[in-house]
Structures are given as structure tokens and as C-alpha cells.
Design a binder for this molecule. Structure first.
Ligand code: SAM
Length: 377
């Protein structure tokens, strides 16, 4: 039977083949951290629109390890229900997981974390990525915040079982963790709609924030921001197509059943199918940050829960019609952003960057003088 160590070595080989793990110290971390300790005995597997709990007892030892060491995100909690407690398939939103190892490594490599760095991790989850940081930096330089008390306690047990004792903090990571400040790096394993100011305040000059910027259309952009002496953080989006679950305080509000209102109608200037594209959806979200995006018949619907504004599209002749209702013209906002992007030849996410001050957060296209969108604070 293949041992856990052989599976870890296999994973290292897989990640190296992807061009990851160029730093031997991170390689050693992947080889050393036993992921099985962090997954307990059950995880959720996606099954259509549902999540199926699968348990260790359903597998022989080697097959379980094969599953554990696949380069996959294993969801461990759906809407607060842990996989070990689930008695059948669940529908709902993932609320915790063990991030796929290649993404854990991509984040730390993008962050440029190295010897002697003090790191604040937001979103301990299972503790797997925390253990990697501990292996690389030593326990005393790692602070990890988890908002779910029960998950934080379980992660601390996992970390102890792996011989690790970082500062495990229970709380809202959007406030950072003042007691450990100043940090060389903040790294978030949950996504945010904009950068929490406390992350800036708790960073050393020259320190970095590595996170995904997401929003209510669930469009995502990975970025590393560096803080200068004036307290301004800047960076360009990396372009990776990766997503994390939104930080809980940044989650979408519950959306009531959607009923189409006729509103005012006109022909669209862009094809709503464009919103299937990774960068197009990111741009649409910049244009209408308060809107959620869903399918509506053959078209799409945008809904702003706070104001009750809505827009929905439907095929019309050879093109598309849009109906808009409520105080916000959500489709106009989306369309304006998309057309601005198209006028610049519709580049990928690496053409976008971000500037963050205490008062303002701007995503720009091209350079800081280019088209710009303000993030919701
Ligand atoms: C993708 S999981 C973390 C994966 C984890 N790093 C691992 O490798 O196991 C995201 C975690 O962020 C946590 N989270 C969400 N919002 C948070 C917040 N405001 N503060 C702290 N943790 C938060 C969730 O409870 C969840 O456990």
C-alpha cells in the first residue's frame, strides 16, 4: 500500500510539473504536512446542484489517501453544517473547505513570503494552509484568524496533532489581529469585496496583502498589493482564474424570489452571454457592485436587494432586449463598464490594477490614469 509520505511526494511532483514550488522550503512544507490530519473523516463532494457527504469508512485506506492528496478543494462545511454531521446530500453554499494545495502554494509564492516574515492569515478553515506557513516560517511567526468558533477549535486540534502551535485567533478576520501587528504579509483564504482598512493599518511599510477581490456576481481577481511609506497599497491583478468563498461579512444578502417587472425596455448594446466570460463578469461586477447576477430564462437577471432594483434580458428578434426597474439602472451600469473595457480591446485581468488608501479603493484599467471603478467600502 502507498504511504501518506509517498502521496505527498507525488503531490510535490505534480505541483512542480505545474511550475509551482520553485522554492525548496515550500517543497519541504508540502512534503511534511499530512493533509489527512486536517480533513478529519468526512468531506463534501459536489453532485450537480447538491453536496454529497463522503466518509473515510466508505474507502480503503489507500483510496482515502488518494482522495486526500488529489489537488482538489475539499469542502468541509455547507451553510454551517460540517461534513461529519451531514446525514445526506445538502444544497447550499460552501462555508469552509481545505483549499487545493496548488492554490495554497500559488498564494504564498505570489505573496513572496520568505524566511523571517510574520504573516497574518485570514480564514484558518481546516488549518492545512496554516500548517504550511508554520512549517516554512516557524509557529511564532504565524497568526491565523477564523470567524467560526467551532472550526477554529477543530483547526487548532488538527494543528496540534501535526505538532504546530501558531497563534490561532477566533474572530472576524476583516479586523485583522492587532495583537500580532505589524505583519510582513496578510494572506486571505476567503475573498473580499474591498480591502478592510485594518489590514493596511496592521502591515509594515513595504508589507503585502494577497487576496482575491470578489463580489456579488462571484467574479474574482487574485491580487498582491504592496504598501508604501505613505500608507497607499498598490498592485496589479495576477490573472489566475481562482476563486475563494466570500468572507462572511461580505456575503450576498439573502435574495427574495425573483419576479420579473416589465420596467422600461430597450435593446441591449452588448450580448448578455458575454457575462459567461471570466474577465467580462469581473468588469460587470466593477460596474454594478451591488447587483447579484442570476440566469433568467435564456438571458440574465441583475438584482439589487437593498433598493429592489432589477434588470433582466430576453431574446428579441436576432438580438436582446433589457427590462430595467427600480431606482438603479443596473444594466446601464454593467453595459457602460463592458463597453469601456471593449474600447480598450477587452484585455485580460492582468491589465487591471488597484490602488487602496484609507479612504478610497480604485480598480483601474491600463494604468492609474485609465478608466476606473470605485469598490464598495
Ligand atoms: C476556503 S476556507 C479556508 C481554507 C483554509 N485556509 C485551509 O486551507 O483549510 C475559508 C475560511 O474562511 C473563514 N472565514 C470567512 N469569513 C471570515 C472572516 N470574516 N474572518 C475569519 N475567517 C473567515 C471561513 O469560515 C472558512 O473557514
Amino acid at each position: 500500500m502507498m504511504s501518506s509520505r509517498s502521496f505527498r511526494q507525488g503531490l510535490v511532483g505534480e505541483l512542480r510539473a505545474q511550475g509551482r514550488l520553485t522554492d525548496p522550503a515550500w517543497r519541504a512544507a508540502v512534503e511534511a504536512v499530512p493533509r489527512e490530519l486536517f480533513l478529519d473523516d468526512a468531506v463534501f463532494r459536489p453532485d450537480g446542484t447538491q453536496w454529497d457527504p463522503i466518509r473515510r469508512e466508505q474507502f480503503d485506506d489507500e483510496d482515502w489517501l488518494r482522495l486526500v492528496y488529489s489537488d482538489t478543494t475539499w469542502v468541509t462545511q455547507i451553510d454551517g453544517m460540517n461534513a461529519a454531521e451531514a446525514t445526506g446530500p445538502l444544497s447550499g453554499r460552501p462555508t469552509s473547505s481545505s483549499t487545493l494545495p496548488s492554490l495554497v502554494m500559488r498564494m504564498v509564492e505570489l505573496a513572496g513570503i520568505g524566511d523571517g516574515d510574520k504573516v497574518l492569515e485570514i480564514g484558518t478553515g481546516t488549518g492545512y494552509s496554516t500548517a504550511m506557513l508554520c512549517h516554512r516560517l516557524g509557529d511564532q511567526l504565524v497568526y491565523s484568524v477564523e470567524c467560526d468558533k467551532e472550526l477554529a477549535a477543530t483547526a487548532a486540534q488538527h494543528l496540534h496533532a501535526a505538532g504546530r502551535r501558531p497563534a490561532s485567533v477566533v474572530g472576524d478576520g476583516l479586523r485583522g489581529h492587532q495583537d500580532g501587528a505589524d505583519y510582513d504579509a496578510v494572506i486571505a483564504t476567503c475573498a473580499v469585496r474591498s480591502i478592510p482598512p485594518s489590514w493596511l493599518w496592521q502591515l509594515k511599510d513595504g508589507g503585502s496583502i494577497t487576496t482575491t477581490i470578489s463580489g456579488w456576481m462571484l467574479a474574482s481577481g487574485l491580487i498582491r498589493l504592496a504598501l508604501d511609506e505613505e500608507g497607499v497599497a498598490r498592485g496589479r491583478f495576477a490573472g489566475d482564474r481562482v476563486t475563494y468563498m466570500l468572507a462572511r461579512p461580505h456575503e450576498r444578502p439573502p435574495r427574495p424570489t425573483f419576479y420579473q417587472h416589465p420596467g422600461t425596455t430597450r435593446a441591449t448594446r452588448v450580448n448578455p452571454d458575454m457575462l459567461e466570460g471570466w474577465t467580462a463578469r469581473f468588469v460587470a461586477q466593477l460596474g454594478a457592485p451591488s447587483a447579484e447576477l442570476t440566469r433568467s430564462g435564456d438571458g440574465v437577471a441583475l438584482v439589487d436587494v437593498a433598493t429592489g432594483s432589477q434588470a433582466w434580458t430576453e431574446p428579441d428578434g436576432g438580438g436582446w432586449a433589457v427590462h430595467q426597474d427600480g431606482p438603479l439602472r443596473l444594466w446601464d451600469q454593467v453595459e457602460d463598464a463592458l463597453m469601456t473595457w471593449q474600447e480598450q480591446d477587452a484585455p485580460d485581468q492582468t491589465a487591471f490594477g488597484m490602488t487602496v488608501t484609507e479612504w478610497d479603493q480604485i480598480v483601474w484599467l491600463g494604468d492609474t490614469d485609465g478608466p476606473r471603478w470605485r469598490l464598495p467600502l
